[in-house]
Design a protein around this ligand. Structure first.
Ligand SMILES: [Zn+2]
Length: 68
């Protein structure tokens, strides 16, 4: 499990200060030759603000908490 889960309680939405929730999205099924090598079934994670419903990407396990 990714470390962000442990720190969710101290992270907050940069736009409204609301609580963030970790959401798991199934990885898109791209039928591309380059992706056949990547046969891990890792899902994509995003942070969702419970208050304003903005989503924040997580890149290489680092949440990108920037105002949009
Ligand atoms: Zn928010």
């Amino acid at each position: 499990m990714i470390w962000i889960k442990e720190y969710l309680h101290i992270l907050q939405c940069p736009s409204c200060g609301g609580d963030l929730e970790l959401k798991e999205y199934p990885k898109r099924n791209i039928l591309n030759v380059d992706n056949i090598i990547d046969n891990s079934n890792n899902n994509e994670y995003k942070l969702l603000c419970k208050k304003c419903n903005k989503t924040y990407d997580i890149v290489e396990e680092i949440p990108i908490l920037l105002k949009k």
